[in-house]
Design a protein around this ligand. Structure first.
Ligand SMILES: CC(=O)SCCNC(=O)CCNC(=O)[C@H](O)C(C)(C)COP(=O)(O)OP(=O)(O)OC[C@H]1O[C@@H](n2cnc3c(N)ncnc32)[C@H](O)[C@@H]1OP(=O)(O)O
Length: 402
């Protein structure tokens, strides 16, 4: 491992770190006006740099957020992003050193978990992150897409200027609760909604019912051919859609699918259980074109995380945890229907912290991971007990890309 110095960056280094990160994703530096928006997402103490001497060669950042967990509790969470190591410094331990410092910092700051979106599937497991939620991408051929239920409430288009604040307050009211959802930070809103960049002509639709506004969709239309069946159709991309009731949800979809001169409606990042097919007269109008890993979850404080979530009724289990980066998490945890706590009892089975992170929100069972050889399950009965306790009613979903 190379001798690198990990430092907390300050204002003087933010732009260099931003440019470095963009370079690792093969983008050029942000132009001045975009940088002015991006800088609002740099918060004191949250951007790290890896230095070789005085030269910045790698960076990792985080945003302050919160994560909803099964049972409805919300825990402090660091949303990790803008991770990059300059191409002439990769595979020399820079990310490992950044991760070590970042995780230590999260732990000391009392953050219970960290989450991220991974550019590649092979990077983060070694640091204790597991895939805790998935999303799906759907494509709907509009000519085929007739919804079973007509719009029952009202859906109105809102101009960009007032939409920013309205959408934000709706999100804050509509999103909490579902396990996996997270709080969005001011910089996220600035970059994604208030000022999404030149050429990003976002549109905003708000649904309302008897009790007022109860859903919204943010979408963008990329013009192509207007001919039905064209190889290059006009595409409407659904960027964000939240609804408080089945009526608001079906009204928004019926509205989006009813917009003229659109050939295809595409939505990335939707919940795996969204019943869009069931809304259609012809379910084959909806094609699922991808199912991807969404939330990579790292339990930073295992005891606090296990205590925060609710469990189903059933006999208890003792789970052993291994954690190379935060050894204070190592040990055994007694999990039962009334809660979880550290124990001196012998574990029924032992998992690495990334496996526990993957199972934590209930998206994948311990049984499935044992089957895939992710840990030794000498006591299948204990694994079955853990799965009964960790089971959830609804698969977790985050719905916020960062
Ligand atoms: C949350 C986000 O921001 S996602 C965006 C992540 N950034 C990118 O994808 C940008 C392009 N890639 C990069 O900048 C770098 O390759 C990084 C940040 C992914 C990795 O940085 P590095 O400094 O090379 O990682 P480091 O040297 O600490 O590697 C640690 C281990 O992970 C492995 N590893 C790291 N990245 C990769 C990769 N992309 N593919 C395969 N293995 C990898 C290394 O081989 C090493 O394995 P070892 O311990 O068995 O020797």
């Amino acid at each position: 491992m190379t001798d690198l110095d990990i430092r907390v960056l300050d204002d003087a280094h933010y732009r260099a770190a931003h440019t470095l990160f963009r370079g690792t994703l093969h983008h050029g530096p942000a132009p001045d006006e975009r940088w002015e928006v991006a800088r609002t997402s740099y918060e004191p103490g949250r951007a790290l740099g890896a230095f070789a001497g005085e030269e910045l060669v790698g960076t990792a950042q985080s945003f302050p957020s919160r994560l909803a967990v099964p049972g409805g509790a919300v825990v402090p969470m660091a949303a990790v992003s803008r991770v990059g190591v300059r191409a002439d410094w990769t595979r020399r331990g820079a990310l490992t050193a950044l991760q070590r410092a970042q995780l230590r910092g999260f732990r000391e700051a009392g953050e219970v978990a960290a989450t991220l979106r991974a550019s590649e599937g092979v990077i983060y497991e070694r640091f204790g992150y597991g895939v805790a939620s998935r999303f799906r991408e759907v494509r709907v051929v509009r000519a085929q897409a007739r919804t079973r239920v007509p719009i029952a409430g009202r859906v109105r288009l809102v101009e960009a200027e007032p939409a920013g604040a309205l959408i934000r307050s709706l999100f804050e009211r509509l999103s909490p609760g579902r396990p996996g959802t997270i709080a969005r930070w001011p910089g996220w809103w600035n970059l994604n909604v208030v000022d999404p960049g030149e050429g990003e002509s976002q549109r905003f639709a708000v649904a309302s019912g008897p009790d007022g506004d109860d859903g919204y969709a943010v979408f963008k239309v990329t013009p192509g051919s207007f001919e039905t069946g064209s190889e290059k159709p006009t595409v409407l991309a659904v960027l964000d859609l939240w609804a408080a009731s089945p009526r608001a949800w079906s009204d928004l979809w019926a509205f989006l699918l009813g917009i003229d001169l659109v050939g295809e409606v595409v939505a990335e990042g939707r919940p795996v259980d969204e019943p869009l097919e069931w809304l259609m007269v012809d379910r084959r109008a909806v094609r699922v074109t991808d199912v991807m890993d969404e939330t990579w979850l790292r339990l930073v404080d295992v005891e606090a995380a296990l205590s925060a979530r609710a469990y189903r009724p059933g006999p208890s289990v003792v789970i052993g945890v291994r954690d190379r980066f935060l050894p204070e998490n190592e040990g055994a945890y007694l999990v039962g229907s009334s809660g979880a706590a550290r124990t001196s009892e012998a574990p029924d089975f032992v998992v690495d912290v990334d496996v526990l992170g993957a199972a934590y929100l209930g998206d994948v069972s311990f049984g499935a991971m044992a089957m895939a050889g992710r840990f030794a399950a000498d006591r299948p009965d204990a694994v079955a007990r853990a799965d009964a306790l960790f089971a959830v009613d609804q698969p977790p979903w985050c719905g916020t890309f960062f």
